[in-house]
Design a binder for this molecule. Sequence first.
Ligand code: ZN
Length: 139
Amino acid sequence: MSFLDNLYKEIILEHYKKPRNYGILSPATLSREGLNPSCGDELEIFLNIEEDRITDVSFKGEGCAISKASSSLMTVAIKGKKIDETLKLTEQFKEMIRGNEVAEELGDLSVLQGVAKLPARVKCATLSWITLEQALAEL
Ligand code: ZN
């Protein structure tokens, strides 16, 4: 687990072991599957949307600690948020993972900032967010 040394590993491992909002939402307004073949991470995201707000979100799937923790943290961060706020947060998260500014709005998501120094894990951290963007693009 040496790749986690520079990360906020306790929070990440806690979300990995006890992911928040884990399971299937039924019915759901939208669902979308995502796959990261380079690591073997796979997940499905479920969203309920009313007007311009994400009223509920969940995810299900298997993956490494980074991908699962990122998915879990994402669901906590976006539940109740408006679509435009969610898309902005997605951009801010991707900027952080690219090694750029860590926006204050990211809150707990900033525990994943160390991934910027681990190129092999970038796709693990961004999988849930890219899948979310693809789901929202269907609206
Ligand atoms: Zn992974």
